[in-house]
Design a protein around this ligand. Structure first.
Ligand SMILES: NC(=O)c1ccc[n+]([C@@H]2O[C@H](COP(=O)([O-])OP(=O)(O)OC[C@H]3O[C@@H](n4cnc5c(N)ncnc54)[C@H](O)[C@@H]3O)[C@@H](O)[C@H]2O)c1
Length: 453
């Protein structure tokens, strides 16, 4: 593991270093219960626990260990081996061993009852996120659930209302918001380089058949770290099951919930062939699962309309062979950025063809990434897991709103049930709820405002 980042150094370097809490937009009432650690002390620490320390929970713990103003008092997983693994990770990084909770599926409640924890990250299977988020908020903790799609609009409303009632923030841990190119594009959009925005595209285009069928999943041998929970969704559901990786950065770029909002969507699914073909190819046509009819269409295309008159297309493409892509595209009256060929075209460029985005990314590098590159990039997902856990930890430490707030979080989660509804109704348009109750009109952007990490 690399050496810890000296935070004071970066505060000096950030363009808006020293941004006070009073300058950060206050989206929801905060901190009815002021944590003891912030009371008048400069050497305060963020005390963050992690529930679910499997594959991605391990990345979160690692991201937190890089931060010398973060303490990890406790970790929880029903699998004691995973608990032991991340306890060792913390100790190896020079921290005190977190208390482990692995006494069954409700042991996380015992963790939440501790009063030396101010924030929790959640990286369990999707169906547990809402129950755990609501419990964390009711126990007075900042809450950072990992990414997924919701199961119903009701649970989105429950999360919003509970956050509002308790005054505790929720930050969906969307690492793609912190990707380097996407942040450079955000910077360019804010400087008007693409003109007035017209259209965006994004998606989750990731061949995860190997995840769905790795040992312990629906098809294959029993293994230690099963992904059965994820595979089951492909069996019984049809919609965009994982919208947030693509949508996170694009929604920020289009000011969704911050002067703009989604008003409606339509969703269309293709037939389902990829998973059945995979089972037959790897298990043979006589395999007991060879004739399973999977519910999830191989490609799900969702079109969202915004209040400002833009369209955003989201693509969900996870069951067919293909290279990875988030399909990013941001297009305005003066030109466009495309992720797939790392390219850009701006009005007046000659020749009239794609140009490399590299020099533009350098010219418009977001201050966050300028500082990160100088410090040494570290952590999972190209450093984004560090940046997102850092952003959450800083909000916890300073007791200010999180840069991705509860409304931003449920806006991303809600695409899944809305997309399922639209598909079930023959791709009919479905209204997008306004979770902010009208606050979106005057809410100022809160994400990516500075280089402070
Ligand atoms: N941001 C990213 O890039 C990224 C990448 C992968 C996964 N994820 C997200 O992270 C979350 C977890 O996914 P994963 O791939 O790490 O899954 P995983 O199966 O590897 O880990 C889930 C862990 O939760 C534990 N668990 C299950 N029930 C529990 C309970 N009641 N209490 C405590 N622990 C419990 C399991 O034992 C397991 O270790 C999902 O929301 C997934 O979408 C995000």
């Amino acid at each position: 593991m690399g050496s810890k980042i000296n935070r004071k150094e970066f505060l000096k370097k950030g363009t808006l270093a020293g941004l006070g809490a009073s300058m950060i937009p206050s989206n929801i009432a905060l901190g009815k219960k002021a944590p003891a650690f912030i009371q008048g002390k400069d050497d305060r620490k963020a005390r963050i626990a992690v529930i679910g320390v499997g594959s991605q929970g391990g990345n979160i713990v690692q991201g937190l260990t890089f931060q010398d103003d973060v303490i990890i008092p406790a970790v929880c997983d029903i699998n004691p081996e995973r608990v032991a693994h991340v306890q060792k990770m913390v100790v190896d990084a020079g921290g005190a061993e977190p208390t482990g909770y692995s006494n069954g599926p409700k042991d996380y409640i015992n963790l939440l009852e501790r009063d030396d924890i101010d924030g929790v990250a959640i990286a369990t299977p999707w169906e547990l996120h809402t129950e755990m988020t609501l419990a964390a908020l009711k126990h007075g903790k900042y809450c950072a659930p990992e990414v997924r799609g919701a199961f119903s609009l009701q649970e989105c409303w429950d999360i919003v209302r509970t956050s509002e009632e308790t005054g505790m923030p929720v930050m969906l841990l969307e690492n793609h918001n912190y990707y380097r190119s996407e942040l450079a594009v955000l910077n360019m959009v804010r400087q008007g380089i693409f003109g007035e925005l017209i259209h965006g595209q994004c998606g989750y285009q990731h061949d995860i058949r190997y995840v769905k069928f790795r040992p312990g999943a629906e098809f294959g041998e029993k293994g230690e770290r099963a992904a059965r929970w994820r595979t089951n969704h492909s069996l019984h559901r049809n919609g965009d099951l994982y919208p947030t990786h693509g949508l996170g950065p694009i929604a920020t770029i289009f000011d969704i919930n911050h002067g703009n909002r989604f008003v409606s969507l339509t969703s269309t699914a293709t037939k389902s062939r990829g998973l059945q073909a995979y089972v037959r190819e790897h298990g043979g046509k006589d395999h007991p699962n060879a004739d399973i009819q999977w519910g999830l269409g191989d490609i799900v295309t969702t079109v969202l309309k915004t209040a400002r008159g833009e369209t955003i297309v989201i693509n969900h493409d996870v069951n067919l062979p293909r290279p990875y892509s988030n399909m990013g595209r941001v297009q305005g009256t003066k030109g466009l950025w495309m992720e797939d060929n790392n390219s850009i075209y701006l009005d007046g460029m000659t020749p009239k063809q794609w140009h490399s985005f590299d020099p533009y990314r350098e010219q418009y590098e977001h201050p966050l990434w300028k500082n990160f590159l100088e410090a040494g990039v570290r952590g999972g997902h190209g450093g984004a897991d560090y940046l997102k856990t850092r952003a959450f930890a800083q909000a916890v430490k300073r007791q200010v709103p999180t840069p991705i707030d509860v409304y931003d979080s449920v806006m991303m989660l809600a695409v899944t049930p809305l997309s399922e509804q639209s598909i079930a109704r023959g791709s009919a348009p479905v209204d997008f709820p306004d979770f902010t109750d009208g606050k979106w009109v005057n809410k100022k952007p809160s994400f990516g405002l500075d280089g402070d990490f």
